[in-house]
Design a protein around this ligand. Structure first.
Ligand SMILES: C[S@@+](CC[C@H](N)C(=O)[O-])C[C@H]1O[C@@H](n2cnc3c(N)ncnc32)[C@H](O)[C@@H]1O
Length: 285
């Protein structure tokens, strides 16, 4: 087995041993830059993240899996492509028998997630949104590679061009920071875009929401009308948010919040409005 100076497997050799041409339609761009691979678990350990059970989504040939196994007690690697799942089972047979690695051959969007202490993944970019919206409510530290533009939207502050539903959701559940941008040359095959590694640290907000599900549905609805005032957005999207009496919400809400556009409001503002919507805007039973 070819290993690097630090004793981990050589990523190019892993890609070769996986023996399968990357299918870019399945977002198969593999990390092969040792320096980037070495830094990824360090971003987690530097932040004191509990690595007793790391969830990796989209393990591919396993270069990141290998670095995670060097830093974590246990890793669960989810991989949808049967050929890569078979390769992982063969390549990491020892770690699997020692119960340090579990390979789950399934779609990360459907599979039941294990109890994990952190997720560290170089994600399939086509599924970034679904995966982020799935992982954030789990309230675990995340270290995830995304396309840079997506990462910037996730970390965006209110009243900026990038701020949207993703930023509100991320900011509600976590403190979000971009820890590194990664050029296409770090991958094989190279993607057309620059990538960025995002670290999220779960936060306990100093406000409450009626329920996570209601809050998420409310955000989804009003952000379909992000250029409208909240007054109009709440009224026009009642069919999406399921509100029976949007006018009651508009009347009861603070005038300043109703006159603002969605892109200016903080997660706390949205929580205030969602709570009001839950209390006075729901359809009569
Ligand atoms: C960008 S590659 C990353 C591979 C590896 N982690 C690395 O860093 O080299 C994304 C991987 O996710 C897998 N994948 C794509 N969609 C998936 C899904 N919905 N569920 C699980 N795995 C998926 C692909 O087959 C591919 O191996």
């Amino acid at each position: 087995m070819t290993t690097t100076e630090t004793g981990t497997r050589d990523p190019d050799a892993l890609v070769r041993r996986a023996g399968k041409r990357a299918d870019t339609r399945q977002d198969q761009h593999f990390l092969v830059d040792d320096r980037v691979l070495d830094r990824i678990p360090e971003y987690a350990t530097d932040a004191g993240v509990d690595l007793s059970h790391v969830l990796e989504i989209g393990a591919g040939p396993g270069a990141l899996t290998d670095r995670l196994l060097a830093a974590a007690e246990k890793v669960t690697a989810v991989e949808r492509d049967p050929k890569f799942a078979a390769h992982l089972r063969e390549e990491f047979a020892e770690e699997i028998s020692a119960d340090r690695l579990t390979v789950v051959e399934d779609d990360a969007l459907d599979v039941d997630l294990p109890e994990f202490t952190a997720s560290i993944s170089n994600l399939p970019y086509g599924a970034s949104s679904e995966i982020a919206f799935r992982l954030l409510p789990e309230q675990r530290p995340l270290l995830l590679m995304f396309q840079q533009e997506f990462a910037e939207r996730m970390a965006a502050e209110p009243a900026t061009d990038d701020y949207g539903r993703l930023s509100v959701t991320a900011g509600h559940y976590a403190d979000v920071e971009i820890v590194e941008t990664v050029p296409p040359e770090a991958f094989d095959p190279q993607p057309r875009v620059t990538s960025a590694l995002v670290r999220t640290t779960p936060r306990t907000p100093d406000y409450t929401v009626p329920s996570d599900e209601f809050f998420m549905d409310f955000l989804k609805a009003v952000f379909t009308q992000r250029r409208k005032t909240m007054r109009n957005a709440v009224r026009n999207t009642a069919h999406i948010s399921g509100l029976g009496d949007p006018d009651a919400v508009v009347e009861a809400a603070d005038e300043d919040l109703m006159s603002a556009r969605a892109g200016k409001l903080t997660p706390a503002d949205f929580a205030t409005l969602a709570t009001l919507a839950y209390e006075v805007g729901q359809p009569e039973a």
